[in-house]
Design a binder for this molecule. Structure first.
Ligand code: DP6
Length: 367
């Protein structure tokens, strides 16, 4: 079995003075949810997600080796980086990056040898309530791996992607599922031998054509700041009265999804996906302290989807993250009808009528 120590490099064969890389990495939407973690960003249960296509972070990482005079300076023992968001300095993002660099330094021992300029932007509005931590951490991890590959060109493709996902995980758990597409599993599962708590892996089995180009329309119900940070949310699963049962259920649901991906049974798919979304919120409602992250319009949308599905038999369903926005999931061949339904009946529940059309995608790309 691969261990985290396998990703600590011994010695680099090449040296690189300066340059830059640029990667885009997408967001992802979990079908079986990651909610609860152990030390070092190890998930309490396995999760599986669709990688998205349009909601992305694009990050350019410029690097220049510190010269000897700066290296003698006290700053040599610190990480040295500037952070730009859409080309403008963004001080409030820096502590998160600082913490990320501290966590990953053991895996990338060259980090203090360089000054970095990280220039990042999202393809979705910053205040949309769509978390940029998954795509953002994945994009940064890809760039850092490109630099490590320049220092050690013999590295294999498997090592490159596994380590990129491992680094992204240390930035934000769900980010480890944004490196690859189209369906990614993160966390040990008995029936997926490739699966790992350390990094996300491409779902290694057949996926039925019903899931080809699967659509995700994100309804922006509430674009406000998150009421509960994901860090606090995960913490609430410690000593949670239903935690153990919930973690076992995630294993069972992922097991069922393995068969569903193969058979293409959309009715069964819908049951698992909607139950997972409501369970995630049930965990928040039954923790101490407790939270309701859905808004009245979240429930209006869910009820409208159920009514539409009952009446039309069109296999459309919803999932939720740790917030009020609703992801509407459906196969490509019904997209015209579902989009019409969204425009006629759901847009009114969205803040300023806003929604984002996305679909299943392939993961991070070097630009
Ligand atoms: C509800 O990955 O944001 O979206 O590891 O603390 O950064 P950290 O948490 P994060 O948690 C995401 C939780 C979720 C479900 C999921 O994506 O699986």
């Amino acid at each position: 079995m691969i261990s985290a120590n396998d990703f600590i490099p011994s010695k680099y064969t090449h040296s690189v003075e300066s340059g830059f890389f640029q990667w885009s990495a997408p967001s992802n939407i979990a079908l079986v949810k990651y909610w609860g973690k152990k030390d070092n960003q190890i998930p309490a249960n396995p999760s599986v997600s669709f990688t998205l296509n349009n909601c992305k972070t694009i990050t350019k990482l410029a690097f220049a080796k510190k010269n000897i005079s700066t290296a003698l300076n006290v700053t040599a023992n610190n990480f040295s980086f500037d952070l730009l968001f859409e080309g403008q300095p963004k001080e409030d993002f820096k502590p998160k990056i600082q913490k990320f660099l501290e966590r990953i330094e053991i895996y990338l021992p060259f980090l203090k040898d360089y000054h970095f300029t990280i220039d990042t932007e999202n393809t979705f509005p910053h205040s949309s309530g769509i978390a940029s931590s998954a795509s953002g951490m994945a994009a940064l991890a890809m760039n850092l791996m490109s630099l490590e590959k320049a220092l050690n060109p013999e590295m294999t493709e498997d090592y490159f992607y596994q380590k990129a996902s491992l680094l992204a995980r240390l930035g934000s758990g769900s980010a480890c599922r944004s490196v690859k597409g189209q369906v990614v599993v993160w966390g040990n599962h008995a029936n997926i031998s490739e699966s790992s708590d350390l990094f996300g892996v491409e779902f290694p089995r057949a996926i039925h054509a019903n899931f080809t180009n699967f659509q995700d329309t994100i309804l922006l119900v509430d674009k406000g700041e998150k009421q509960v940070s994901s860090t606090l949310g995960h913490d609430l699963m410690h000593n949670h009265p239903f935690a153990e049962r919930r973690f076992a259920q995630a294993h069972e649901n992922l097991n069922q999804l393995i068969a569903i991906f193969e058979s293409g049974n959309l009715d069964e798919f819908i049951k698992i996906v909607e139950s997972e979304a409501l369970t995630l919120h049930a965990m928040m409602m039954t923790s101490m302290p407790y939270f309701i992250l859905m808004k009245p319009n979240t429930l209006e949308i869910i009820n409208a989807i159920w009514k539409f599905r009952n009446e039309t038999k069109i296999p459309v369903c919803f999932t939720l993250d740790a917030g009020a926005n609703v992801h509407v999931l459906y196969p490509e061949n019904v997209s015209e009808k579902v989009l019409q339904f969204i425009q006629n009946e759901l847009v009114g529940y969205c803040q300023n009528g806003q929604y984002i059309c996305d679909k299943i995608g392939n993961g991070a790309v070097l630009i």
